[in-house]
Ligand binder design. Structure first.
Ligand code: ADP
Ligand code: MG
Length: 277
């Protein structure tokens, strides 16, 4: 990335990333549910990508979302994060925040962090600076590079480095990290903004078995303090982390339960007949 492209990228992120200030509005999870999705429908040129979809996710849960290509998983995340408008239905963050009334930048600020499949770290900066930029973006990415951190911010970065297992890589350039480490760094960049809900798309694609195992541990450790929704195709991975699995099919929920329950569900078996569900 040349300097101009990098500047443009910094400015782009400046408006779209979940930054700390202003402080997140408190999410009302008094009914233990942090995400309410009801009757959600989205169509593209008459094709229903989401078809009257209902989904409830508890506060602190680690939920796995599975389903064949085209089932609607990404579209669902797009609606939750304000990237795609729906035709009908509702999506609430806790009992008090109507997600459909907010745009993408506002939703990020409300405490919903999203990680796309491909890692997009700043390769020419150190691990530490990448985390620093995620903390301080609201003041402007350029001033973030020059202004001193407060003690509290340094502590937060240290905690994130420990969580993502990159303490010893803190002064390495992000570009020199392994694919797995870049994925962890990007999860760390989300964590630096202290989100309540994390949406993570196919985190272990392209990882070694050992990296996938460490990612399973990382995501499991995030649940509780955070709510995590993971889209993943790797069934061994899903089995290793999931408490509750939601199966999407043709834009609606086909089945929900433990991995054993969904794998033995007759509807799931029928849809995946002959496939490796
Ligand atoms: N922007 C779009 N325009 C037209 N069709 C789309 C668009 N986004 C998704 N789709 C279609 O909607 C369906 C659901 O896609 P998607 O949510 O990406 O599924 P998944 O992530 O489960 O593979 C697919 O048939 C896809 O081709
Ligand atoms: Mg997808």
């Amino acid at each position: 990335m040349n300097v101009t492209a990098q500047a443009r990228e910094l400015l782009r992120r400046d408006t779209t990333w979940p930054f700390l200030v202003p402080r997140q509005r408190a999410v009302d999870v008094s009914h233990q549910v942090i995400l309410y999705v009801e009757g959600l429908s989205v169509s593209f040129d008459g094709f229903k990508a989401l078809n009257d979809l209902n989904l409830y996710v508890n506060d602190g849960e680690l939920r796995c979302l599975i389903g064949a290509n085209g089932a609607g998983k990404t579209t669902l995340m797009d609606v939750i994060t304000g990237k795609t408008r729906c035709d009908s239905g509702s999506a609430w963050f806790g009992r008090n925040i109507d997600l459909l009334a907010h745009d993408e930048a506002a939703i990020a600020q409300l405490g919903i962090g999203r990680k796309f499949q491909k890692p997009t770290v700043f390769e020419a900066h150190t691990v530490y600076t990448n985390l620093e930029l995620s903390l301080k973006g609201s003041k402007g990415a350029w001033s973030a590079l020059t202004a001193a951190l407060t003690g509290e911010q340094r502590d937060r970065i240290d905690r994130v480095l420990e969580t993502i297992g990159l303490v010893n890589a803190r002064y390495q350039l992000a570009g020199a990290l392994s694919h797995g480490q870049k994925q962890w760094l990007e999860i760390g960049m989300l964590l630096a903004a202290e989100p309540r809900l994390l949406l993570i798309d196919e985190p272990v694609a392209g990882m070694t078995a050992e990296e996938a195992e460490r990612t399973a541990e990382l995501l499991t450790s995030l649940a509780g303090e955070h709510t995590v929704i993971v889209v993943e195709h790797d069934m061994e991975f899903v089995r290793s982390i999931a408490r509750t699995v939601t199966v999407l099919h043709q834009g609606a929920v086909l089945a929900e339960g433990t991995m054993d329950q969904v794998q033995n569900n007759p509807d799931v078996i029928e849809v995946y007949l002959g496939e490796d569900a």
